[in-house]
Design a binder for this molecule. Sequence first.
Ligand code: ACO
Length: 428
Amino acid sequence: MSKIATLEIDGKKYEFPILIGSENEATIDISTLRSVTGGVTTFDPGFKNTSSCESKITFLDGEKGILRYRGYAIEELAEKSDFLEVSYLLIFGELPTTAQKQQFHKDIQKTALVDEDVKKILDGFPKSAHPMGVLSALTSALTAFNPKSVNVDSEGDMYRAVCKILGKFQVLVAWTYRKEEGLPLAYGHNSLGFVENFLKMMYESPIEDYKVNPLVVEALDKLLILHADHEQNCSTSTVRVVGSAHTGLFASLSAGISALWGPLHGGANQAVIEMLEAIKEDGGDYQKYIDKAKDKNDPFRLMGFGHRVYKNFDPRAVIIKETAERVLNDLKVNDPVLDIARNLAEIALNDEYFKSRNLYPNVDFYSGIIYRAIGIPVPMFTVMFALGRLPGWIAQWKEMRLNKEAISRPRQLYTGETLRPFVEESKR
Ligand code: ACO
């Protein structure tokens, strides 16, 4: 039996249906609120209580530490799948058959060349430019080189657009990095797997062969899977909002990259390493920083600890912790900053302050450590996050268009001046 929510305004009652999701989540459908009440709206800054859309892509339960893509548990996907397959799953809704997967990889590879003129755009950026700004601009510029808009109602057209962006985006990411490092811009090779190829594009030097380390491939593959989607977060909502104006795929993705850039969103992994470096510079006394984090008169917080949504544990952090340990051990990384990270995590996990508040290392704590161990420079951390989140953004953009969602256009509570007469310049 369907449930109803009743709202009373000035003695008048209005009824709204309560929609129940497939995981029994309830949401009040207020889509008729303005019309039936004559203009009343709801006020929800930051959309903390608002379901902005209906989606079949990702399910997340922060209280129980659950994250699923298309119904598959993140733990199983991280263990048994790979990033390419997870991308297909998110975007097209089902795990690919062997033939579909091979074809998907081939079709992505075919598009993994970027117009040589893009290099001229890249040349125009100063070396000091933040890589997220460069990546956002280059992704938007892809529209200029691929001006035909995607017909979302054509499966073939949509499939080709998906392959194109997956193929070209990794080249743009690698070029963004190489530009910063002053390295010649390189291409990958179609004989390699998706992640191996990406690593080759990033790190290959013109003066020696690049050997891909399988452990690094495995760690990066896992990290990309764990970051691939997280339902209606800030950058994903941005992609959907921009795309709701029927803005093209590449331009919508570019907007998502800009949203992810912010330190409150994708920038947290960078903040972790910066904190660890600051502790090292200060003599490496991590206990002092644990005490600072516990001191209510000190604004310092342990970066990479706690999470707004996951209140018991971050399922992604549980998975990646073990990978981080293996990467550090197997690569025999000798880095005092990473030693500080280990000690800090161990102390905090056994400390009553952190235990009683359910504060444990989140995914960004460990992803920062892995990126550092495999030689990715700190300003590139958020770019790596963008590479992982790309299939999620594409899936959400596609779903939004196929759902024929209306243009996103929220209302506001106006608290400014009411009508007043214009004041002549001489009288102001
Ligand atoms: N270090 C020390 N104390 C902390 C920390 C921390 N990292 N995080 C929370 N606390 C304490 C708070 O002081 C508060 O203590 P109190 O109850 O005695 O007042 C209690 O834990 C609850 O904290 P809230 O701020 O209410 O938790 P909230 O859910 O609002 O914040 C957040 C979550 C923003 C992630 C917070 O834990 C934090 O600032 N963490 C560090 C930054 C970080 O790692 N961000 C990345 C998150 S992952 C991501 O966004 C992809």
